[in-house]
Design a protein around this ligand. Structure first.
Ligand code: HEM
Length: 417
């Protein structure tokens, strides 16, 4: 990947599903702390590449997440030209709002992600993990994305939001299309967006009957009792939580399973249940499920890390580059399950830190060690270079992870995120 000679802009070429993007991220980080990048759909952004600068951006004032408040939104952002616009669309949700509006919405759902609430959900998480892992074929081939990484977080988030089990597979299919890098003008994209919207309305009409305290039911009650949230905002909240919470966690499980297969130290640590928190932190650092974090829109002309940024420009924390900054991590490209260095930035930081962190960690803590114990000798059934990846910015995960137990040593070459 080369910058154009006319203007120093790095272009991300298609296809991205079979490419290791880390060499690109490394090149940009080495080129400077803030780089101009153009996405496959033409969206131009600034990528902040180094650990300390990403940390500063995550905490910075002078930016907004509310594109409608931006002085002159760049490149038609928010008018359904780019995949990114999905997150910008009205009505208000946790991604596209700021200040008191964001606080109002956050207050309504934050209790669902408290440590106490997640502890209460733990028996359900454990039962889903045992059910899913228990159904993995003992000695035959299986796809650990479809049969392990996807169903566990899907069922957990379905329970938390209050979604009937029957709707979950269709929801997952549409979310997968939306999180892939497809043209928002394309038929598949539009079809899935429309289907997601209809499914969300159905979730609101028919929440799970066994869950009086489910998130959807509680939000509908807040609408009826106090008008604390509007009906379109509830629908938007459900979409955002689904879009942000399920495939990211699936990515952590799938990437963790691949790391476990290829790295005996990871496998052993998980199987022994030793320092799981440290091991998960390293997996998250090495291969962040959400490599780009959320957009920040400059509210005025400003200088960030020595680079002039115009009002309305889009700025991204490139978490995947920051997590491998050699200024912070020794041998940053190595996966070291016992590593105790600077904390990774994969859940963001500060006021806009990931709301679902305790839930994602609870799911991974239950799922990955159970998998390591259930399949102690599992191997890839294709060479790792042939593994395809899905998504680019908000989720980057394996498309499939075909494994079997009977043919050791088939594929130990480097897989890539
Ligand atoms: C391994 C799994 C996950 C990863 C790696 C992840 C990562 C992230 C990242 C990087 C951000 C943006 C931080 C920023 O740019 O400032 C974020 C925000 C967010 N995440 Fe997660 N996430 C995960 C799971 C979840 C789950 C399970 C949920 C909920 C069901 C969730 C809900 C959210 C929400 C609501 C925000 C927006 C917070 C705000 O702006 O106030 N995430 N997440």
């Amino acid at each position: 990947m080369q910058p154009s000679l006319a203007c120093p802009t790095w272009r991300i070429g298609l296809p991205v599903h079979c490419r290791d993007l880390q060499p690109d991220y490394r090149m940009w980080r080495e080129a400077g702390p803030v780089q101009r990048v153009e996405f496959p759909d033409g969206l131009r952004v600034w990528a902040v590449t180094r650990y300390d600068d990403v940390l500063a951006l995550l905490r910075a004032d002078g930016f907004t997440r509310d594109w409608s408040a931006a002085p002159c939104p760049a490149y038609g952002y928010g008018v359904r030209r780019h995949g990114e616009d999905y997150f910008a669309a009205r009505p208000s949700n946790l991604f596209n709002s700021d200040g008191s509006e964001h606080q109002r919405l956050l207050r309504l759902v934050a209790p669902f992600f408290s440590r106490r609430r997640i502890d209460g959900l733990q028996p359900f998480i454990d039962s889903v993990v045992h059910d899913v892992v228990g159904q993995l074929p003992g000695c035959q081939a299986t796809d650990l994305v479809a049969d392990f990484a996807v169903p566990i977080p899907l069922r957990v988030i379905g329970r938390l939001i209050g979604i009937r089990d029957g709707l979950l597979p269709t929801l997952a299919d549409h979310l997968h299309v939306i999180s892939g890098w497809v043209d928002p003008e394309s038929e598949p994209w539009r079809r899935s967006m429309l289907a997601l919207h209809r499914l969300t309305l159905r979730i609101m009409r028919e929440p799970r009957p066994d869950q009086e305290q489910g998130l959807t039911t509680v939000l509908l009650k807040a609408l009826a009792d106090r008008g604390a949230i509007s009906r379109p905002e509830i629908s938007s909240m459900i979409k955002v939580l689904l879009a942000t919470g399920y495939e990211t966690t699936a990515a952590l499980l799938a990437n963790g399973a691949l790391a476990m297969i290829r790295n005996p130290a990871v496998r052993q640590q998980l199987a022994e249940g030793r320092d799981i928190e440290v091991c998960l932190a390293e997996l998250l650092r090495w291969q962040p499920p959400s490599p780009w974090g959320q957009v920040r829109i400059a509210l005025r002309d400003l200088t960030f890390a020595g680079v002039h940024i115009k009002a309305g420009d889009l700025v991204y924390p490139l978490i995947a580059a920051a997590n491998r900054d050699p200024a912070r991590f020794t041998e940053p490209d190595c996966l070291v399950p016992g590593r105790r260095e600077a904390p990774h930035l994969s859940f963001g930081r500060g006021r806009r830190r990931c709301l679902g962190t305790p839930l994602a960690l609870a799911v991974a803590t239950a799922a990955l060690p159970t998998l390591a114990r259930r399949l102690p000798t599992v191997h890839l059934s294709v060479p790792a270079e042939q593994l395809d990846w899905h998504g680019l910015m908000h989720v980057r995960m394996l498309q499939r992870l075909p494994v079997r137990r009977d043919a050791p040593g088939l594929a130990d070459a480097a897989g890539h995120p």
